[in-house]
Design a protein around this ligand. Structure first.
Ligand code: AP5
Ligand code: MG
Ligand code: ZN
Length: 216
């Protein structure tokens, strides 16, 4: 299955992608995770990306598209992939279509995870992420068993630099202006499906699996 996950910051793309990896055995390609790793490693790419990410703006297309192309060419993507956080604007979506056409592996599903804007702020300010395995928690909705420690691997939990109220506001604006139009883009291509992203994580996951299994 070749899937794009769409949804606002905090919609639960990463949370659901992690569960999809386990169930379907296909990799998650999260441009946000790739960029945060480059920032943490202090690479030239990370240094360039950080200034945009801290402001809640998009990193330039040329940078992000290169990263995704490279990742898609790896062997494990032959059995499918879950793109999370990419594409983020029409130009990225068009380039992705071209790249995948050349590789003979067109997208099969664009899944929009829909969450009301009022809920997103609380989800993002409460988010904590594992330094080691990237598992997400939420101090309000789904706290770890032991404060500050990952249930899965014992790693240390941290708060993302861009999960500050001011930066979140900017990210939500950027989403509305640049990314939300992709819902229309994929609707026109006939591969859009929508899922309600509010409520129990397991229930949302079950609904997503139903959509995927119907397409298989
Ligand atoms: P990115 O990392 O992609 O961030 P984002 O799109 O803002 O999305 P998030 O990761 O914040 O949200 P999510 O939907 O994954 O939610 P999660 O599952 O964690 O991008 C960050 C930055 O990198 C961008 O601003 C940009 O600068 C740059 N970038 C990345 N990709 C780019 C691209 N293609 N082009 C240009 N620049 C790019 O869940 C959120 C919280 O809610 C968690 O705490 C979770 O536990 C909780 N939660 C999840 N589901 C539920 C539920 N059902 N009920 C209650 N709580 C829940
Ligand atoms: Mg994410
Ligand atoms: Zn962990």
């Amino acid at each position: 299955m070749r899937i794009v996950l769409l949804g606002a910051p905090g919609a639960g793309k990463g949370t659901q992608a992690k569960k999809l990896i386990e169930k379907y055995g296909i990799p998650q390609i999260s441009t946000g995770d790739i960029l945060r790793k480059a920032v943490a490693d202090g690479t030239p790419l990370g240094k360039e990306a950080k200034s945009y990410m801290d402001k809640g703006e998009l990193v330039p297309d040329s940078v992000v598209i290169g990263l995704v192309k490279e990742r898609l060419s790896q062997d494990d993507c032959k059995k499918g992939f879950i793109l999370d956080g990419f594409p983020r604007n029409t130009s990225q979506a068009e380039t992705l279509d071209q790249v995948l056409a050349e590789m003979n592996m067109p997208l099969q599903l664009a899944l929009s995870v829909d969450v009301d804007f009022d809920i997103l702020m609380k989800r993002l300010t409460g988010r904590r992420t594992c330094k080691q395995c990237n598992q997400m928690y939420n101090i309000y909705f789904s706290p770890p068993k032991k404060e500050g420690v990952c249930d899965k691997c014992g790693g240390e939990l941290y708060q993302r630099d861009d999960d500050k109220e001011e930066t979140i506001k900017k990210r939500l604006e950027v989403y509305e202006a640049q990314t939300a139009p992709l819902i229309d883009y994929y609707e026109k291509k006939g591969i859009l499906r929508r899922v309600n992203g509010e409520g129990d994580i397991e229930e949302i996951f079950a609904n997503i699996c139903k959509i995927i299994d119907e397409l298989k």
